[in-house]
Design a binder for this molecule. Structure first.
Ligand SMILES: Nc1nc2c(ncn2[C@@H]2O[C@H](COP(=O)(O)OP(=O)(O)OP(=O)(O)O)[C@@H](O)[C@H]2O)c(=O)[nH]1
Ligand SMILES: [Zn+2]
Length: 187
């Protein structure tokens, strides 16, 4: 099933009415349709399998890890449907010379971030997608993000950054290697 835009339009119209707006006011008459198109875009990852981006890989003799750092992302927190956004850093250690195109790591990140998400689950889904698609000795995903639900409502703490780490295989077992990756990212 893909996004039901007419259902979103009806819901947005009801929200506008419920907060005391006139949904027929000229300035916002098209807002329900706009919001439906926006949700179709920002939740498109619900209808995509990120693994499709990792079907093609190269064979290259390389026995070290690879880090793709500072992949900018925007997602929506599943509790408040407000954005959280920041940077994803991914390390993976290829095995049996299976090396993936660097852009594919960012494509996987994009698909997984375009869903109602939790930061922790987003890191795990990115890590597991890579770990389950290509042969690797391990994967590590670090996410740094600011959550608008902590900025513009509730506790109201702009600047509070949440950092999460998800790691598998060698990055979980070899603490020196894990630290080296963290130092690289920080540098
Ligand atoms: N662990 C985690 N928590 C998140 C994430 N995004 C939002 N949250 C938190 O989810 C929690 C939801 O708490 P609730 O008590 O159900 O909702 P609430 O009454 O709106 O909470 P407050 O934000 O404290 O006002 C809040 O503490 C949010 O900060 C996330 O990605 N990971
Ligand atoms: Zn939230």
């Amino acid at each position: 099933m893909s996004v039901d835009k007419s259902k979103i339009e009806t819901a947005v119209k009801m929200i506008l009415e419920a907060v005391g707006e006139d949904p027929n006011r000229p300035g916002i008459i098209d807002t329900p349709a706009r919001v439906a198109r926006m949700y179709e875009e920002v939740f498109s990852g619900l209808h995509e399998d990120p693994k499709k981006h990792l079907e093609v890989y190269f064979s290259e003799e390389y026995d070290q890890y690879v880090v793709v750092q500072d992949i900018v992302f925007h997602s929506m927190c599943e509790h408040h449907l407000l954005p959280f956004f920041g940077r994803v850093h991914v390390a993976y250690y290829p095995e049996n010379n299976e090396v993936v195109g660097l852009s594919k790591i960012a494509r996987v990140t994009d698909v997984i971030s375009r869903r109602p998400q939790l930061q922790e689950r987003m890191g795990k889904q990115i890590g597991d997608t890579i770990a389950n698609s290509i042969q690797s000795k391990g994967v590590m995903v670090v996410i740094e993000a600011e959550h608008m639900c902590m900025v513009m409502r509730g506790i109201k703490k702009p600047g509070a950054i949440t950092k999460t780490i998800y790691s598998t295989g060698i990055f979980k077992e070899d603490l020196a290697m894990r630290q080296e990756v963290l130092n690289l990212i920080k540098g």
